[in-house]
Write a protein that binds this ligand. Sequence first.
Ligand SMILES: NC(=O)c1ccc[n+]([C@@H]2O[C@H](COP(=O)([O-])OP(=O)(O)OC[C@H]3O[C@@H](n4cnc5c(N)ncnc54)[C@H](OP(=O)(O)O)[C@@H]3O)[C@@H](O)[C@H]2O)c1
Length: 336
Amino acid sequence: MKAWQISSFGVDSLEFVERPTPSPGSGEVLVRVRAISFNYRDLLMIKGLYNPKLQLPRIPCSDGAGEVAAVGEGVVAWKPGDRVAGIFMQNWLDGALTPAKARGALGGDIDGMLAEYVVLHETGLVSLPEHLSFQEAATLPCAALTAWNALAAGNLRPGANVLIQGTGGVSIFALQFARLQGARVLGISSSYEKLDRAYTLGLDAGLNYREDPEWDRWALDQTGGQGVDLVVEVGGAGTLSRSLRALRIGGVVAQVGVLSGPADPVSLPIASILHKQARIQGIYVGSRKDFEEMNKAISLAALRPVGENFPWSHARQALTRMEEATHFGKLVLTVA
Ligand SMILES: NC(=O)c1ccc[n+]([C@@H]2O[C@H](COP(=O)([O-])OP(=O)(O)OC[C@H]3O[C@@H](n4cnc5c(N)ncnc54)[C@H](OP(=O)(O)O)[C@@H]3O)[C@@H](O)[C@H]2O)c1
C-alpha cells in the first residue's frame, strides 16, 4: 500500500512510500482509508515541534474515515463495507481520561491514518453519520470532538455568548455547535473574507484582530460590559490574558490550543483569573463515547463540516496552507 510517512522532520521531508498492507489479527479491523483531514497537531508533529523524540518513521494524522475492508477473528462489531472513523486516543473509550487511556494516540504514539489501509482494534472505531461523505466525516475525530467538548465545558444556556478565535478547524466546529445550542457567537479573525464566510455559518459579530488587536474590549462592548460566557481558547499563551478580560464573572475558558506559541509561565494572568472567578478547563479531544454522542447530534442537525479538499498527492501543499493559515475550516485529503 501507499502511505505518507515522517522519516525526518519537516513538511518537505514528508515521504510518499510503499509499505506492506497490514492484515487484521484477532479483534482487529482492516480499514480502507478514503479521506483524512489535517489538524494543527499533525503539522507540529511533522515539523518535530509536538514531540521532538517521536519515533521515526511514523505515519502521521489522527483523523481519517473509510470503510471496513476485512475483520480479524472474533470481531463482531463490524463487517466489511461499514463506514467508520478511527478514534483519536485508541484506548479512551469512556469515562474520565487516565494516563493509560491517553496512550495510543493515532499519528503520535502509533501510526496514524495517512495511508491507504490501517489496522485498528475493533474498539478504536465509530460509525460515520449517514449523511456525511468520507471527506466530511474525516474532519470529525479531533477538531470536531474537541470543539464539542469545549462547548460542553461551558455548560451553556440558550442565549449565552461564546467567543471563538480564528477560523480554523476547531473554531468553525465550535461556531457550528454553539449555534446548535442557541448561543450567540462572537468571532475574531485575521481576515475580513474569512469573517464573511463565518457569517454565512451563523457568526453573529466579528472583528479583524489584525486591524483591532483589542478584541477583549470589543467582546465586552458586544455583551453590554458583562463579558462572554465561554471562550474557546485556541491561541494559548498569547491570547489567554485577553480571553480572561473578555470573560464574564464566573465564565469558562475552554483551553484548547497553542497557536500563539509556547507558554510563558511568568505571564500567567493571576489577577484576571481570580477577579473573574474564572474556570479554565483544559480540553483534550474526547472519548469514543463523546464521539458517538457528538455524531448523534450531527446526524439530528444534519450538520455539514466545512473545509477544502485536496487530492492526497497534495499532502505537502495542504500542510503549507495550514502553516500559512490561509485556510478556512478543515483541510481534507481524498485518499486514492
Ligand atoms: N486540546 C486538544 O485536544 C486540541 C484538539 C485540536 C486542536 N488543538 C489545538 O487547537 C489549535 C487550533 O487547531 P486547529 O487544528 O483548529 O488549527 P487550524 O485549523 O490550523 O486553525 C488555525 C487558525 O487559527 C487562527 N489563528 C492563528 N493564530 C492565531 C492567534 N494567535 N490568535 C487567534 N487566532 C489565531 C487563524 O485563523 P484566522 O486567519 O481566521 O485568524 C488560523 O487559520 C491548535 O493549537 C491545536 O494544536 C487542541
